[in-house]
Design a protein around this ligand. Structure first.
Ligand code: FES
Length: 153
């Protein structure tokens, strides 16, 4: 009677099932903790693909064909969003973080200005405030066209 597990037939069928469920629970907890740790590590030490632009070179490039004349595209450059606007004579790259409260500005082609959707600030292509509550201009980045690439630095 010291080893009651062998004498009770229910114990033999219940114990493996319980072990299997404990194994599944443990595996689920380990996978969940691994996912949390992975997310935390990627947040604290983001890769260059997440940051965009490459830390060493300090440049971001994209094909010229991605932005038709008069259009714009928001890209990541040195970890920050930039609105890249292509005009007939020049390409501009303006930091998209509004200097008022940090909303993301967008290019409005109908008025040819950068517009902030939060409190209706407007900026020109050099980042200067045209109107609205923004206290200072948007920073800009240097842009050049090399072959079929737009290079932001
Ligand atoms: S956050 Fe852009 S105007 Fe307020």
């Amino acid at each position: 009677m010291a080893d009651g597990g062998e004498k009770n037939p229910e114990t033999k069928t219940v114990t493996p099932r319980r072990s299997f469920l404990n194994f599944l629970l443990g595996a689920t907890v380990i996978v969940a903790i691994g996912g949390i740790i992975n997310t935390l590590v990627r947040y604290l030490w983001p890769t260059e693909e997440i940051i965009g632009g490459g830390k060493a070179a300090g440049t971001t490039s994209l094909p010229l064909s991605e932005i038709p004349v008069g259009a714009a595209k928001t890209v990541r450059h040195k970890g920050k969003p930039y609105v890249v606007v292509r005009q007939a004579a020049k390409v501009y790259a303006v930091n998209a973080i509004c200097t008022h409260l940090g909303c993301i500005v967008y290019w409005d082609p109908s008025i040819k200005q950068l517009a902030c959707p939060c409190h209706t600030a407007f900026f020109d292509l050099n980042g200067n405030v045209i109107t609205g509550p923004a206290p200072s201009p948007l920073p800009t980045a240097d842009v050049k066209i090399a072959g079929d690439q737009i290079i932001i630095s």
